[in-house]
Design a protein around this ligand. Structure first.
Ligand SMILES: CC(C)(COP(=O)(O)OP(=O)(O)OC[C@H]1O[C@@H](n2cnc3c(N)ncnc32)[C@H](O)[C@@H]1OP(=O)(O)O)[C@@H](O)C(=O)NCCC(=O)NCCS
Length: 321
């Protein structure tokens, strides 16, 4: 965040100050608006936790690295109430691929009071002419409607799912399949399994081996000893699962092995390993268009919110990456 913040939309924010009736009961005007700094991390954490508690979503949202990325790495604004509590926050930042993106949080107690409209305006004005892209790690039916009403279309969405790990179904390994952990010797097999399993998914990026292996292995929580690649009697890859702490990171089964319970075995096995490692819950994220969602429900996962991306429908404003 650069220090010299000016209200991006002086008209909007100062108009609110002059007109306490702005918003349904003047919520925008009653807040004190300031850029966010490192000192705001504890308040940002509380705000993210309140939103996750209310709407679910990606629990990692409330961690320091993610809050820094979304709200402290670029330009930001926070609104505090008369007691000093952080009620809302917005940030415009560059995502991992260098695209300008925006994110915002509004405390559940202060929704539908005109704040979202002001934040969208602020984000648009700080997007420097590029198409507005919203990163929403927590969503609600209201936010879905709000984005649609404000010219933003959903480009990506995943169910975030939680498994309580108290009861984990036992799913035997299908006959004729052996599984092996991730090592330098097996990482190529893992990549082959990834390619053959995910090739049928829409938008499959076909990440080359070196990039896929390093992005998997460099994840801080990656558990090579608990991840598994499955190989059939002929030595052909049948499927794989990679685990990161208490997350099933990726799971896939090659088309000719599907429907034999291998996917269910790899996921149930992963849950058991997580429970043995002391975790009380397991997590995964699955695209809303992926029928694997049914399989996870059958294995005892439950929906715990949705994460999504939205983009301006009007592309004419897109002048930068
Ligand atoms: C999801 C996946 C791993 C399931 O593997 P699998 O070995 O076929 O799974 P199982 O045999 O244990 O269970 C099959 C169940 O998976 C679900 N399922 C998953 N993908 C499905 C698909 N494309 N079409 C229909 N059902 C699907 C169904 O609930 C199915 O139930 P059924 O057996 O009653 O028809 C496999 O379909 C796959 O690799 N898909 C592509 C990669 C992918 O999407 N991975 C998950 C990302 S979160």
């Amino acid at each position: 965040m650069d220090g010299a913040w000016q209200p991006a939309s002086p008209a909007a924010l100062s108009e609110g100050a002059r007109n306490p009736a702005r918003g349904r009961d003047g919520a925008v005007a009653r807040l004190s608006w300031q850029p966010l700094h490192d000192d705001d991390l504890p308040a940002l954490t509380d705000l993210a936790l309140c939103c996750l508690e209310r709407d679910g979503g990606l629990p990692l949202l409330a961690t320091e690295p993610m809050l820094r990325q979304l709200f402290l790495a670029g330009q930001s604004i926070g609104g505090r109430d008369e007691t000093g509590e952080l009620i809302t926050a917005a940030g415009v930042f560059l995502d991992r691929s260098g695209r300008r993106s925006a994110s915002a949080l509004i405390h559940p107690s202060t929704r539908s009071q005109g704040i979202a409209e002001e934040l969208i305006k602020w984000c648009r004005e700080h997007s420097r002419g590029s198409r507005l892209r919203i990163v929403a790690e927590t969503t609600s039916p209201e936010s879905e409607r709000f984005f649609a009403d404000n010219g933003l279309s959903r480009t990506f969405a995943e169910h975030v799912m939680r498994h309580p790990l108290q009861e984990i179904p036992r799913v035997p390994r299908p006959k004729g399949v052996q599984t092996y952990p991730w090592t330098e010797d097996t990482q190529r097999l893992f990549h082959t399994a990834y390619r053959r399993s995910f090739a049928t998914r829409p938008g499959f990026p076909d990440t080359p081996e070196a990039a896929w292996v390093s992005s998997t292995a460099e994840d801080d929580g990656f558990r090579p000893d608990q991840s598994r690649v499955a190989v059939d009697r002929l030595g052909h890859v049948a499927g794989f699962v990679t685990i990161s702490d208490n997350w099933v990171d990726q799971v896939g089964v090659v088309p000719r092995w599907r429907g034999h319970g291998l996917g269910a075995h790899l996921v149930a096995r992963s849950l058991r390993v997580m429970a043995r490692s002391g975790w009380s819950e397991g997590w995964l994220a699955v695209n809303v268009d992926n029928p694997a969602h049914d399989l996870y429900l059958r294995l005892g996962y439950r929906d715990a919110g949705m994460r999504a991306r939205y983009e301006d429908i009007d592309h004419r404003l897109d002048r930068s990456p």
